[in-house]
Design a protein around this ligand. Structure first.
Ligand code: ADP
Ligand code: ADP
Ligand code: MG
Length: 445
């Protein structure tokens, strides 16, 4: 691997620039017209403009990105998360162009990217899945499946992601209507209207397992992350270890994650998402990429996951073995979004007039913000992540409050005040929260 092009923007692009520098390989940033002044552009060794602001014309433009790689002689592409990260066609196009895709093979993405197909694979690997159907082609088929599963049911897009394209139906009438709507929406959003059903679990927890596998037959798990603090099925904060599962569930879930990794012949970093209901856990999907919340695991275990990704993509064996992975203390990540929590989370792009960033023991900030930076209105509202480590959960929480108070972003609205409120909530402090908790708290559930 001689040079890595980063097909992304924002904090994750900067995170990858940092990993490349430590790994000793130069990096190439790509940017749209809206991102000329972005920090990832300044920090990378080279940068190439790939088009106009709309993602479809720049960050999702496979031809423009491959041309940028060719022009700069980059022989590897890291896709980050979102955009083209889970696009099997992109992974295959990289390979056909003689470029190493820093991620799993196109075949593995294909196998796991379709969520209904991933369920089938999980079953083959003896991994429990939420009771459901593998695919429903029509409202009539959906009704038949729902009668078997039992209401309420969840309707999901096979190609879905980012919490979108999901609906709940309490009865036959709602289901028939929802299937039609969901199909249309999935076609528009993902270019694929395929749907499947799952039993709707009442107030489960979302717990996921980070895995990593190399090309030498090593597949390891790096423990779990608790991601139940959600709004609109999107994560708001994440922590590890999960405060809500038993040692037995944790061990079984991590073993199940390894079984699926091996069954899929998966390589590089990935996350296997589960829902937990009491002592039972059920596979929901696999994210075939690095995730937003990967720093939680990095803080807990002391492994640089992005550098491991580069190592694996270079054909080297993993730097860590299952035996020498030890979870230490407690880590929490707070997603800082440019949104107004008092105005229904209305996006709040604009200029950062002043910025003060927290520091001190156990504090990490992953962000591409700087004072004077103008957040463009075209992309995801995630502008930073505060990750805090403590010797135990209590220290992590107290340190988080201290660090969030130090974090001062002027000129726009952010989700920092929401996080400060959450830290005072009994349900968070006790660790007894589920995926419906935050919406109930906000009066949305
Ligand atoms: P994570 O667990 O890493 O947060 P998410 O599913 O929330 O995973 O996705 C991470 C990022 O990728 C978010 O910015 C999300 O909006 C985006 N994303 C994920 N899947 C899709 C998709 N199918 N289409 C568009 N954006 C997506
Ligand atoms: P996405 O691909 O959009 O990330 P997921 O299948 O991972 O979709 O589900 C996103 C979230 O939706 C979960 O974290 C959970 O909060 C909720 N969810 C998913 N499936 C179920 C289910 N069967 N019952 C209850 N909640 C669910
Ligand atoms: Mg998910």
């Amino acid at each position: 691997m001689n040079k890595v092009l980063i097909a992304n923007r924002g904090e994750i692009a900067l995170r990858i620039v940092r990993a490349c520098r430590e790994f000793g390989v130069p990096s190439v940033a790509v940017y749209s017209d809206a991102d000329e002044a972005a920090l990832h552009v300044r920090r990378a060794d080279e940068a190439v403009n790939i088009g106009p602001p709309p993602a479809g014309k720049s960050y999702l433009n496979i031809d423009a990105i491959l041309a940028a790689a060719k022009e700069t002689n980059a022989d590897a592409i890291h896709p980050g998360y979102g955009f083209l990260a889970e696009n099997a066609r992109f992974a295959a196009a990289c390979r056909d162009a003689g470029i190493t895709f820093v991620g799993p093979s196109a075949e593995a993405i294909e196998k796991l990217g379709d969520k209904a197909a991933a369920r089938r694979l999980a079953k083959e690997a003896d991994v429990p899945v939420v009771p459901g159907s593998d695919g429903v082609a029509s409202p009539e088929e959906a009704v038949e499946a729902a009668e078997r599963i039992g209401y309420p049911v969840m309707i999901k897009a096979s190609a879905g992601g980012g919490g979108r394209g999901i609906r709940v139906a309490a009865n036959e009438e709602e289901l028939k209507r929802s299937v039609k709507e969901a199909k249309r929406e999935a076609e528009a959003a993902f270019g694929d209207g395929s749907l499947y059903l799952e039993k709707f679990l009442e107030n489960p927890r979302h717990v996921e397992v980070q895995i990593m596998a190399d090309h030498h037959g090593n597949a390891i798990h790096l423990h779990e992350r608790e991601c139940s603090m959600q709004r609109k099925r999107q994560k708001i904060l994440e922590e590890a270890p999960s405060p809500g599962i038993s040692e037995g569930t944790r061990a079984n879930m991590c073993e199940a994650a390894i079984r699926l990794t091996e069954e899929a012949e998966y390589t590089n970093a990935g996350t296997i998402e589960f829902l937990v209901d009491g002592d039972e856990f059920y596979f929901i999907e696999m994210n075939t990429r690095i995730q937003v919340e990967h720093p939680v695991t990095e803080m807990l275990i002391g492994v640089d996951l992005v550098k491991e990704q580069l190592r694996v993509a270079s054909g080297e064996p993993l730097n860590v073995t299952q035996e020498n992975i030890l979870a230490n203390g407690h880590a929490i990540e707070f997603r800082i979004n440019a949104e107004d929590p008092d105005m229904d989370f209305l996006p709040s792009p604009g200029e950062i007039s002043a910025l003060e960033v927290p520091g001190g023991p156990g504090v990490r900030v992953d962000s591409a913000l700087y004072a004077g930076y103008k957040i463009p209105p075209f992309y995801d509202s995630l502008i930073g992540k505060l990750i805090v480590w403590g010797v135990d959960r209590e220290e992590a929480i107290n340190r988080s409050r201290r660090a969030l108070c130090e974090y001062d972003i002027e000129g726009i609205k952010t989700t920092i005040p929401l996080h400060l409120c959450l830290l005072e909530e009994e349900a968070f402090r006790s660790g007894e929260y589920d995926t419906g908790y935050l919406e109930r708290l906000l009066g949305e559930g």
